[in-house]
Design a protein around this ligand. Structure first.
Ligand code: JFZ
Length: 502
């Protein structure tokens, strides 16, 4: 590579990172409430804590499955044996492959891939069964990614599965198969489209641009209404590609569209990545109020502290490779998350009232990556034993444990232990003024009761008292395990020790 090419390459990488990381990534940290209230006309359309059955179901999912599938899956992050790694932002972004490694006329080749889309092994029932066995309670399926290729026979574009040799409606098969397994279906829908002549990244200015973008907005509305008509069983939309200035400028349109979608499909769940207010504030309006039913910014990242979430519902979507949502044939030379990593993230999410959504990127024939098959199976085996600690649980208002994550359901407290203590004692800190304290403890894996004793260490100024759960000497698990603790009223007030004067 000569200097010019290297520079070009670096620029392309920087530009693509900038494109996937919109400047407004601030919602993923602790959020400070704005100090001044401003007038917001196009703010939230739903209350911050919906209590209807659909939202309660969302709250109890625990685990979800994401599927990225489209014509990018045919390529699998490479072409003619040459890897796109480093040349494209992610496998499902392979259309924007550029730099020295990009094949000649690549965009043209990509835009013709649909002519080869004929997934001979696709069997929605097999995927749904696998998701069920893994323990997923909802699925988010890419009906249309940034390339604009629709996996359903849309009336509003020629660029759909109807034009491929496969022809059949993929989305319908997914909706039917997953619904039949009792798994709720959410449709992923990218607003931004790379090769739609009416789409533009910038806010439309001239009359001509306004007319073009107006057509694009009408097209988007048509496709969404079409999806609701075709697939009335869906529970929600998972929107993406909404960060461009064009979409942001259409806040009045998007406000009305969200309203229309909700009216047409009562109970519909829409996350915070759909729209912004008239001041350009996304995910949260200018007064810090959530725009949608749950926070949708936890992408390949997790909150460090429960307080960051301000009590909002949320889900975290996660890849197994570091990045790359679409099929990646070659997993060598990169860190891919292990089942233990993923279970840790799952429990960390549910311990903070979030759902954890694990991504799968099937190949162009409709097969999952063999490593994904393995991980799905292992997660399912673990959850089967520990389901009580995963589903329908809430954050437990206890001092966080260094050994793992607490979840709670009524009087049952669960501690999923990822770090096994060397002394075999699982110590639980309970505030001295707590109304409920551990009464009994048992392992979920075998329902065996464990010895439990109060340990008042007597640390000066300590606001906690301690309960020690003693693990059996011969208990040597090779996976995380759950201790189920029954909470009871405290027997007597913890002895008051005198604090030192200084
Ligand atoms: C988007 C897509 O570009 C990507 O291909 C994938 O579908 C993923 C689930 O969503 O990627 C994003 C979107 C937003 C951020 C980062 C990646 N973000 O806000 O930080």
């Amino acid at each position: 590579m000569n200097m010019k090419n290297i520079l070009k390459f670096v620029l392309v990488i920087v530009a693509s990172i900038a494109a996937v990381n919109p400047a407004d990534a601030q919602w993923t940290g602790p959020k400070s409430k704005p100090t001044k209230e401003v007038e917001v006309k196009y703010g939230p359309l739903t209350p911050p804590h919906r209590t209807d059955a659909d939202m309660e179901a969302f709250r109890s999912y625990g685990l979800g499955q994401f599927i990225h599938w489209g014509i990018y899956s045919i390529a699998g992050n490479e072409w003619n044996g040459i890897s796109a790694r480093g040349g494209a932002a992610a496998s499902e972004w392979i259309r924007s492959w550029s730099g020295p490694t990009a094949p000649k006329d690549w965009t043209k080749t990509y835009d013709n891939l649909y002519k080869q889309f004929n997934p001979k092994n696709f069997d929605a029932k097999r995927w749904a069964k696998q998701a069920k066995d893994m323990g997923a309670k909802y699925v988010i399926f890419t009906t249309k990614h940034h390339d604009g290729f629709a996996l359903w026979p849309t009336k509003y574009s020629d660029y759909s599965v109807s034009a491929s040799p496969y022809k059949k409606d993929i989305v319908k098969q997914i909706v039917d198969a997953y619904t039949a397994e009792g798994i709720d279906v959410y449709l992923y829908f990218s607003i931004l489209e790379w090769n739609n002549p009416n789409y533009m990244g910038k806010a439309p200015k001239t009359e001509e641009e306004k007319e073009k973008f107006g057509k694009f907005l009408a097209y988007t509305r048509n496709q969404l209404l079409e999806q609701l008509d075709n697939y009335p069983k869906i529970k929600g939309f998972w929107f993406d590609g909404t960060w461009d200035a064009s979409w942001k400028s259409a806040y009045e349109f998007t406000y009305n569209l969200e309203k229309e979608l909700r009216e047409k499909h009562p109970g519909l769940i829409i996350g915070s990545r759909f729209r912004n207010d008239e001041h350009g504030s996304r995910h949260f309006d200018s007064n810090g109020n959530i725009l949608g039913d749950y926070e949708q910014g936890w992408e390949r990242k997790l909150p460090a502290e429960f307080e960051w979430l301000n009590g909002n519902d949320w889900d975290a979507v996660m890849t197994i490779p570091p990045n790359g949502w679409g099929y990646m044939k070659d997993w060598s030379g990169i860190y891919t998350k292990t089942t233990d990593d993923l279970l840790d993230m799952l429990m960390r999410s549910v311990s903070m009232n979030g759902n954890f959504v694990l991504n799968f990127g099937p190949d162009g024939n409709g097969n999952m990556h063999p490593e994904e098959d393995k991980i799905a199976k292992e997660i399912g085996e673990w959850i089967k034993i520990n389901a009580e600690a995963v589903y329908g649980v809430r954050h437990a208002a206890l001092t966080p444990s260094k050994l793992g994550y607490f979840t709670q359901k009524d009087n049952n407290l669960y501690l999923t232990v990822f770090n096994q203590p060397v002394n075999g004692i699982v110590r639980i800190a309970v505030p001295k003024n707590a109304k409920q304290v551990p009464g009994t403890a048992a392992l979920l894996v075998n329902s065996k009761n464990l010895a439990l004793k109060q340990a008042d260490i007597g640390l000066d100024l300590d606001k906690n008292t301690y309960y020690d759960v003693i693990l059996p000497k011969d208990f040597q698990p090779n996976k995380a395990f759950v201790i189920k603790i029954k909470l009871v009223a405290p027997k007597a007030k913890a002895a008051k020790l005198m604090d030192a004067k200084m």
